[in-house]
Design a binder for this molecule. Structure first.
Ligand SMILES: NC(=O)c1ccc[n+]([C@@H]2O[C@H](COP(=O)([O-])OP(=O)(O)OC[C@H]3O[C@@H](n4cnc5c(N)ncnc54)[C@H](OP(=O)(O)O)[C@@H]3O)[C@@H](O)[C@H]2O)c1
Length: 267
């Protein structure tokens, strides 16, 4: 269980400028962590930083584009310069794209691999050794339920989240019986700007399950619970634990309906 050491422990949150990252940053700050907020939109990061500072929480911002590989080591250097131990790494930044897999422009695919996969890998590799030395820390990767049920329309996005599932599980097993934890949060739809951005992609339409979305604060609360009671994976909402079983027993049916659902969801 990670309890911050009186404003000493650092919690790094990628994608802190909106949605789940912003909600988690607010709750981590209230729990006593020193926040390091990472994203591209400086105005939003500064607004959040001053909000956290007003309520007494130390917070730094790193304005950085995670699609650019040089950002990864620059972030690690800046965090290490703060001089406090890193206790939480919330790998949350990510984005999606909806449509037939073959219609995805390579420029988007390349950025998605960088943000959703490479940034997570690089930051994990750079911070995990320190956590192991301190025998203390928790890396939390924000995954997705589509990793458990590979779905039409999100071929690459789902694959990036499946990577997080595998990466998390292997590291978790390597770290069992140490003071360091690694977890993946498998969320269903969450009411954030995520869908606005996805919908901006050419010819995308209504995304299935968008109407059942939970609030980002709900995901943030579950992330804070995870710090208190570490587990390898959690589902938000909880009932999504059935999804891997649906894939196992009804995958054959989805194979037949999937393409039709994707076609009918286009404008
Ligand atoms: N919303 C959902 O339904 C849902 C479902 C399952 C999983 N998720 C996952 O939840 C995570 C958070 O998404 P969200 O729903 O909270 O959506 P969001 O409000 O759009 O937040 C995405 C965050 O990622 C950051 N980001 C994106 N590209 C970046 C880049 N190139 N460099 C740095 N930061 C970047 C954004 O910051 P800037 O734009 O300021 O850079 C923003 O802070 C993502 O990993 C997403 O895949 C979301």
């Amino acid at each position: 269980m990670i309890e911050p050491r009186a404003s000493e422990g650092i919690a790094v949150v990628t994608g802190a400028s909106s949605g789940i990252g912003e909600a988690a940053a607010l709750q981590l700050s209230a729990a006593g962590f020193h926040l390091v907020l990472i994203a591209r939109r400086r105005d939003r990061l500064e607004k959040l930083q001053s909000k956290l500072r007003k309520s007494g929480g130390p917070a730094d911002i790193i304005c950085s584009d995670l699609s650019q590989e040089e950002s990864f080591s620059a972030i690690a250097d800046k965090v290490k310069n703060i001089g406090s131990p890193i206790e939480v790494l919330l790998n949350n930044a990510g984005f999606g794209w909806y449509g037939f897999g073959d219609e995805m422009p390579w420029s988007v695919a390349k950025d998605m691999l960088a943000v959703n996969v490479q940034a997570v890998t690089s930051l994990t590799l750079q911070f995990l050794p320190e956590m192991k030395r301190n025998n203390r820390g928790h890396i939390i990767n924000v995954g997705s339920i589509v990793a458990s049920i590979p779905s039409q329309g999100v071929a690459l996005y789902g694959a990036t989240k499946a990577f997080l599932d595998g990466f998390t599980t292997s590291l978790y097993r390597e770290l069992v019986s140490t003071g360091v934890n690694v977890s993946v949060v498998r969320t269903g739809a969450v009411r954030t700007l995520f869908f606005n951005k996805v919908a901006l992609q050419p010819e995308s339409g209504v995304i299935p399950l968008q109407g059942l979305a939970v609030r980002p604060e709900t995901v943030a609360r579950r992330i804070l619970e995870l710090l208190k009671k570490p587990r390898r994976a959690i589902y938000v909402p909880r009932l999504l634990w059935v999804v891997p079983w649906i894939e196992m027993y009804f995958g054959w049916l989805i194979d037949r309906l999937g393409p039709r659902m994707l076609r009918s969801s286009r404008f």
